[in-house]
Design a binder for this molecule. Structure first.
Ligand code: GPK
Length: 824
């Protein structure tokens, strides 16, 4: 028997023991032999590393088995290409999915170490901005849980999403350094590296009787090196790989230059290469636009495709059947240059005929769109594209010619319609349109909620949809119930188990069995007690971070997400101001105590978003210190929102704010996490709120405001906020206070611009929606007085949210887009 076969046999026949004794022994072994520490000398940090290493061994066992199985079976693999993976901490995820929470806790307790404290030491892997990146992380976890062989491909940013501090009321961005203490979850694969070129020239080779061949000779080259992280699914049944690329120079130092005395110049090339994967662009739903960003996009696209092709050719004779073996999902347009790069690799490098290559490409790719906001749709100046990626530019022209020819011939497209589908925007100084490239290069294009998908067909992709009417489909987002219920809300999870058994842990849609318990007073009280304990946990965090004490018996009304005008944190702040003024003016009314909690980051260059953060802080200072408010209202802005903070916030909410201007939030995923944990949603008919309404029933969600069609119509008719402001004294007074400096007496004009924008334009329909929003908030106040009713709605929210699992979403992708059968 060969040594490997023998080893594999040992692995199989002697599965690791998972009792506390074994784990204690292994953790101490890691402490001793991997970290060189005794149990006496170990700091909490060492315990964290040792625990991660012991748990990791168990993941690796499954990881190797899963990879071998997928290889042997020649299974079709999904490759999820994403510029962002907002994974957060991994230790708790791993321990929980492997079912090791109890034995690991017990093992550590023997040394006086608390697992909860150990988990807190792990830095968040913040390789994403917001919803799009977090969706990719939930999808990775679900693909492993559902048993779909998959690779996540992305970038190993040395600095992830910035750390936010609030200094004198304003957001300050600080670098985030998650890799400072090493990363026990990743494996560097030096042997998996690929050269990535930029710039240079394209030459042609003519051979009689053969098609012209194109050869790209890049002027610069960098090395993409793989860093692999295993992603383990629920109950440890399957593990996939998250492969992130790091950029390295081909020559670490130019020795000639160094020897000639230019010590700095000798490192220029090396720094330039490493800059590619140094930092995550903090732009969310906004095009970043700089050359370095295009370099990042091409860098990880090309590395991933080269890797996919290499793997395919180890077990297949040619690339003709690529689409039978791999599905490549493009997460937004950030990896859309892949369409041109795959064509180049197939045609120029592997000498496939152009038409066949084009068919293979379209059969392989599919594309998810995440926004209709015009400022977020990626385009690149043709000049820049041509300079950086000359051969890919030629290929894009060739594809474009073909698409336009087809449009003219098949569908009678002319003039305007042709320029609308063209891959080159000729109206704005000639730009390459990445959305169009992703669309024509894919066999499936999906939106992320029903409404968003319909709007895609009518707006951004209206003409392409007419040309390819079968291509657009809907895949409503989901979130992983493991992280967003089981791990983040152990209290509720325990209560649910007592009530309906453990089946929901494997099939989250079984939560529906809770539905009848909404009418059971005893159950409702226990449900409310869990919520109360979660609110106390959040209170402790707020006390700790902000030295602000809040009352856990007040309504916790929470809006956490990126700060963006369309998400309308401003509307929420205005409502707080109006409520404040009413509480002062009418002390005789029995106001319902409320804490409004905000958290979220603004893009560093997004001035209005930063002003909204500042305003929230100013308003909070004045309201929280006004004795006339008698603690009936508090406003809190928690700095540095991230995945770990979200895990504490979601279970503690009574009200979830999902109040975007209708038609602009593609889906939302925070909305799902809140409702799953029993918060009541106040929201517009936007994104996945629409599906939530369908699943929850209209008595269990609080929908208000203009609908998408109405917003579009008002905008067309030149709506401004004046009329609404005049008609609503509460709104008028709140805006006057904000504009006149009541909350910023040191600089009274600070917010006059924000208020003018509502009066003169009201693009985001804040004035237009204010009254409906205010009235709905007061309905919620009244409902809070009828706690049995409130709690019944909360229970029904948890019971009916099972459908919003990312397992369901992934199964739909597998069935309708990838055609990969799930194995678990
Ligand atoms: C959409 F376009 C973008 C973007 O650049 N970043 C981002 O997080 C979000 N998104 C949408 O705004 C959400 O509505 C959606 O739920 C999420 O992507 C995932 O689809």
């Amino acid at each position: 028997m060969s040594v490997t076969a023998q080893k594999q046999r040992t692995l199989k026949s002697e599965p690791r023991r998972n009792d506390a004794d074994t784990l204690a022994l292994e953790i101490v072994e890691k402490l001793t032999y991997s970290l060189g520490k005794t149990t006496d000398a170990a700091r909490l940090h060492d315990w964290e590393q040792a625990t991660a290493l012991a748990v990791r061994d168990r993941i690796i066992d499954q990881w190797l088995t899963s990879s071998r199985k997928a290889r042997e079976e020649g299974a079709k693999r999904v490759c999820y290409l994403s510029m962002e993976f907002l994974i957060g901490r991994l230790l708790r995820d791993a321990i929980s999915n492997l079912g090791l929470t109890e034995p690991v806790s017990e093992a550590l307790a023997r040394y006086g170490v608390e697992l909860d404290l150990v988990e807190l030491l792990e830095p968040d892997a913040a390789l994403g901005n917001g919803g799009l990146g977090r969706l990719a992380a939930c999808f990775m976890e679900s693909m492993a849980s559902v048993g779909i062989p998959a690779f996540g491909y992305g970038i190993r940013y040395v600095h992830g999403f910035f750390r936010q501090e609030i200094v004198d009321g304003a957001q300050v961005e600080l670098p985030e350094t998650w890799l400072d203490h090493g990363n026990p979850w990743e494996f560097e694969r030096r042997e998996r590296s690929f050269e990535i070129g930029f710039g240079g020239k394209v030459s042609t080779l003519e051979e009689p009787g053969k098609a012209t061949r194109y050869v790209w000779r890049p002027a610069e080259r960098v090395l993409a090196v793989a860093y692999d992280t295993p992603v383990i699914g629920w109950r440890g049944g399957h593990a996939n790989t998250l492969r992130l690329w790091g950029a390295h120079p081909l020559d670490p130092i130019l020795l000639d230059t160094f020897n000639s005395g230019d010590h700095v110049g000798a490192l220029v090339e090396s720094n330039k290469a490493e800059a590619i994967t140094r930092i995550l662009y903090p732009a969310d739903s906004h095009q970043a636009g700089q050359e370095l960003r295009l370099r990042q996009e091409f860098f990880f696209s090309s590395a991933s495709l080269q890797d996919i092709i290499r793997r395919h050719l180890t077990t297949n004779e040619s690339l003709s059947n690529l689409a039978d073996k791999v599905s490549i999902q493009l997460n937004d347009t950030h990896p859309a240059v892949s369409v041109a790069e795959l064509m180049r690799l197939l045609v120029d490098v592997h000498q496939m005929d152009w038409d066949e290559a084009w068919a293979v490409t379209r059969a392989t790719f599919s594309y998810t769109n995440h926004t209709l906001l015009p400022e977020a749709l990626e385009t690149w100046p043709v000049q820049l594209f041509e300079r950086l990626l000359p051969r890919q530019m030629q290929i894009i022209y060739a594809i474009n010619a073909e698409v336009i020819r087809g449009a003219r011939a098949e569908r009678d497209f002319s003039g305007e319609a042709v320029s609308a589908i063209s891959l080159i925007d000729e109206n704005n100084g000639r730009r390459v349109r990445m959305g169009q490239i992703a669309f024509v290069g894919s066999h499936s294009v999906n939106g992320v909620s029903g409404l968003h998908t319909e709007l895609m067909k009518e707006t951004v992709f209206g003409d392409l949809h007419r040309l390819y009417p079968e291509r657009i489909q809907n895949k409503t987002n989901g979130v992983t119930p493991r992280r967003w219920l089981l791990q983040s809300n152990p209290g509720l999870t325990g209560l649910i188990s007592e009530a309906i058994g453990d089946g929901f842990r494997d099939d989250i849609e079984k939560l529906i069995e809770l539905d009848p318990l909404a009418q059971d007073a005893g159950f409702r009280e226990r449900f409310a007690a869990v919520k109360r304990a979660n609110k106390e946990r959040l209170c402790a965090q707020i006390e700790d971070r902000l030295a602000t004490s809040i009352d856990p018996s007040a309504i916790f009304d929470i809006q956490v997400k990126r700060i963006h005008e369309y998400k309308r944190q401003f509307l929420n702040v205005i409502e707080a101001v109006a409520l404040y003024e009413q509480i002062r003016a009418h002390p005789e009314i029995d106001w319902t105590p409320r804490v409004k909690i905000f958290a979220g980051k603004a893009a560093p260059s997004y001035a209005q978003a930063k002003e909204i953060i500042r305003l929230a802080g100013d308003v909070s200072r004045v309201i929280n210190s006004d004795p006339a408010v008698r603690n009936l209202l508090k406003v809190v802005f928690i700095p540095n929102y991230n995945v770990s903070l979200a895990e504490i916030i979601m279970p503690a909410a009574d009200i979830s704010e999902q109040i975007s201007t209708a038609g602009l939030e593609a889906s939302g995923t925070g909305n799902m996490k809140f409702a799953l944990n029993g918060a009541l949603t106040i929201g517009t008919l936007d994104g996945a709120n629409v599906e939530m309404l369908e699943h929850l029933g209209e008595e269990n969600i609080f929908i208000f405001g203009l609908k998408a069609g109405e917003v579009a119509e008002l905008r067309r008719n030149g709506h401004t906020g004046r009329g609404a402001i005049e008609e609503q004294p509460l709104l008028r007074s709140a805006l006057d206070s904000i504009a006149s400096g009541v909350f910023c007496q040191d600089e009274p004009g600070r917010y006059s611009g924000l208020v003018d924008a509502i009066r003169d334009r009201d693009w985001w329909m804040i004035a237009a929606d204010f009254k409906a929003y205010w009235d709905t908030q007061r309905r919620l106040d009244a409902l809070w007085g009828d706690r049995a009713h409130w709690d019944a709605i909360a229970v029904r929210n948890t019971a009916r949210m099972g459908w919003f699992s990312s397992d369901r979403a992934i199964r739909e992708y597998a069935r309708d887009i990838w055609h990969t059968p799930p194995s678990a």
